[in-house]
Design a protein around this ligand. Structure first.
Ligand code: ATP
Length: 325
């Protein structure tokens, strides 16, 4: 697909090889357990790039990979989805995640950032031409924040929209990155973590669901005074809040979008599906209001929950149209 037909999305972020063990209970210190094992691609950056590409956007993915089997896997998968891969070749091993999941679906995750930690602002700068062609630049917090800042600065200079998925919740987004974000897309936990960090305000994620729209909107305005906030709320869909005078084509400054009616079997990567699809839809642009792009992302993420896996569960745009019209 050419950039003329669909504005380009550039994703800057992580790739991990996920090693997943399904266990009756999470292991305690000193314990040895046997469980069902599977492995597959992951990393928020890669999942989101896959979603953007399958949602129909010309997509570039700027990342760092090791010269190992994990790196080869990433290259093969990116080629299969037509993703323009811009990979820094690191001496470090490709990123890994060890994931234990118990019978109740609770998990414990250990990340080995490996090559992901090597993604440098200088490497991002080498791809400034790709970034200059982007309509949307999307990043997260699993790779060095200085690289995200470099990507957003280049994107802003070229007039692209910057979308920050501030995940995982315990990662620190710098004030500089925050200032360069046009749109942020936290889930409930990430929203509360960033509210404490950037607005010095404590809010319990469990209390979020009970807040009136006006109250939640006020919190969003404290968190990102200059931009738009999209809080993803799992099976409750999402909440959107815009800065005064920057409604991005919407009629209202804040509103909710209900989740799609789906039969969810595995919500792993639903947030990544949402982010990739939102970026793709925003890049397609046209006359659509922001609310329509959010509604598309909601349907896309909903459909992704009907299948197991993260990157593997990302649907194609045609499947979405066939399902929801
Ligand atoms: P994860 O960490 O599992 O990737 P997340 O916590 O980042 O997910 P969520 O807020 O759980 O993100 O979900 C993201 C989006 O996925 C929601 O806004 C919604 O559009 C969709 N979604 C998630 N769960 C469901 C569900 N059970 N039914 C319909 N849509 C869902």
């Amino acid at each position: 697909m050419s950039d003329l037909h669909s504005g380009r999305v550039v994703v800057v972020g992580s790739f991990n090889v996920d090693h997943v063990w399904a266990l009756p209970a999470l292991p305690r210190p000193g314990e040895t357990l046997a469980g069902r094992y599977h492995t597959g691609p992951g990393g928020k950056g890669f999942n989101q790039a896959t979603a953007a590409a399958r949602a129909g956007a010309a997509t570039s993915f700027v990342c760092a990979l090791g010269e190992d089997a994990g790196g080869q896997l990433a290259r093969a998968l990116a080629a299969g989805d037509g993703i323009d891969l811009r990979d820094l070749r690191s001496d470090e091993p490709t990123g890994t995640a060890g994931i234990y999941v118990d019978a109740d679906g609770r998990n414990t995750i250990v990340i080995g950032p490996g090559a992901n930690a090597e993604l440098s602002p200088a490497f991002v700068g080498e791809h400034s031409q790709a970034l200059a062609r982007a309509r949307v630049v999307l990043t997260q917090l699993e790779t060095p924040v200085e690289s995200a800042e470099a990507a957003f600065a280049l994107a802003r200079a070229a007039g692209a929209l910057t979308v920050l998925n501030p995940a995982p919740a315990d990662a620190i987004a710098s004030g500089a990155l925050w200032a360069l974000a046009d749109v942020i897309t936290p889930n409930e936990t990430e929203f509360c973590a960033q509210l404490q960090r950037h607005a010095d305000m404590r809010l319990d994620p469990d209390a979020l669901a009970g807040l009136a729209d006006a109250e939640l909107h006020a919190h969003c305005r404290r968190l990102l005074p200059h931009g738009s906030v999209v809080i993803t709320l799992g099976k409750s869909g999402c909440f959107v809040s815009h800065a005064d005078g920057a409604l991005r084509g919407d009629a209202q400054a804040c509103y909710r979008v209900a989740a799609a009616a789906v039969r969810a079997v595995d919500t792993t990567g639903a947030g990544d599906a949402f982010n990739g699809a939102l970026a793709a839809s925003l890049a397609r642009g046209g006359d659509a209001a922001f609310a329509e792009h959010v509604a598309y992302a909601n349907r896309y993420a909903g459909l992704s929950t009907e299948r197991a896996g993260a990157a593997a569960s990302m649907p194609r745009d045609a499947e979405l149209k066939a399902r929801f019209g």
